[in-house]
Structures are given as C-alpha cells and as structure tokens.
Design a protein around this ligand. Sequence first.
Ligand SMILES: Cc1cc2nc3c(=O)[nH]c(=O)nc-3n(C[C@H](O)[C@H](O)[C@H](O)COP(=O)(O)O)c2cc1C
Length: 212
Amino acid sequence: MIRKIISVALSAMFSLSGVCSCTAKPTVETKNDIDMKTDGKKLVVFFSHAGENYNVGVIEKGNTRIIADMIADAVGADRFEIVPAKPYPVNYNECIEVAKDEKQSGARPAINGDVKIEDYDVIFLGYPNWWGEMPMCVYTFIEQHDWTGKTVIPFITHEGSGMGGTDRKIANACKGADVAVCKGLAVQGKIAQEQQEVAGENVDKWLSKLGF
Ligand SMILES: Cc1cc2nc3c(=O)[nH]c(=O)nc-3n(C[C@H](O)[C@H](O)[C@H](O)COP(=O)(O)O)c2cc1C
C-alpha cells in the first residue's frame, strides 16, 4: 500500500513537471502478444545509474544492472554497459535536473566504448525510466548502430511509470530491427534492488513466455 502511494506520488510529480504522461504500474508487468525470434547469439545492452536514487537510497549496483545481469545469466548472453563519457551526478536531485535538461534539448551525450551489434541476433536493451523516456545516452548508442535484421527486446526499471511507451520509441529509433513492442519487461526499481528473488522469478517467467 505504501509502495503504491509512493509510486503514484512519483508519477504525479513527474507528470506535473510536464515531461511524463505515464500511468502508474508499480510492480512487474509482462506482456506477450506477438511472435518473435529467440535463436542466435544474444547480447544484453544496458544503461544503469548507481548512486543516490528515488525510493532506494544510495545504491552500489543500479536497478537496471541487476535485471540485466539476471537476463544475461539466464539466456547466456554477452553484456555491454552504456557508459556516458561525462558521468551523471551521483546526487539524485542534481541527476534529475541534468536528465530533464537532456530530454528537453534532445541531447545525445557522448558515450565511452562500443560493441559490434553486427555480431548478434537478439539484443536485450535495458534502461531506467527517466522522465517517462529512455535516458538520452541510450539514444546515442542506438543511433550509432545499424539495427537491420536484429531482434530487439526492451526492458526497463521504474518507480511507477512502467515502460512509458519507450518500447515504441525503440521501434522508431532502431531502424530495420524487429522490436518486441509490448513484450518488454518493466520491473519496479525497488523490487529489483530489494526483492531480488521476486524480480528473478519475474524475469524467468517473462523469458520463458518469450520462448527462451
Ligand atoms: C533522472 C531520473 C528520472 C526518473 N524519472 C522517472 C519517471 O519518470 N518515472 C518513474 O517511474 N521513475 C523515474 N525515475 C526512477 C527510476 O526509473 C528508477 O529508480 C530506476 O529503477 C533506476 O534504475 P537504475 O538504478 O538502473 O538507474 C527516475 C529516476 C531518475 C534518476
């Protein structure tokens, strides 16, 4: 009950700021309504931000990273972390301001390192919900690759806004890919961080429904 109140309050806060119009989905959601490719070489690409965060205090391992590791371990995927060249602030209030500015200006912050997605068939793409969007550094990664023929499966962690329509944004941004829109996984960050058994069960259930 308390978690629900917090989630709704958070969603309201982000909505009032005029940059997110998402609905509150406080726990784990799975959707499974279209067929997709599961064979071939697999990669988990993710962005995750450790430090101070909403609802979980100061964390050493980001919420999305926890889910990314679960997926990679379960399906035997390689993993690649999107690392911004200029780190986001550790302080939560500073971080949300930077993220808001980046979203509003459509920034494409530089990132360190890269991975040859050409070598993979199925790519899980994970990120936190930031202002009802993917963090802009995820767009930087997406836009520097050719996604033709790839199967892309989104996953997100959040504190009330769920997928927030980011699966459809990925479908637009990953040109040429078969994006598993409406089959992504949304996990509440606090559950990923503090109830890993529950989160792990949901990851396994989701992967199994997808055919992995
Ligand atoms: C900059 C910023 C913006 C956020 N915006 C939202 C939001 O719009 N909706 C939401 O449900 N959660 C929002 N959150 C909470 C994160 O989505 C959530 O804590 C997520 O699990 C963080 O994942 P990470 O630890 O992998 O970075 C935001 C957090 C930050 C830091």
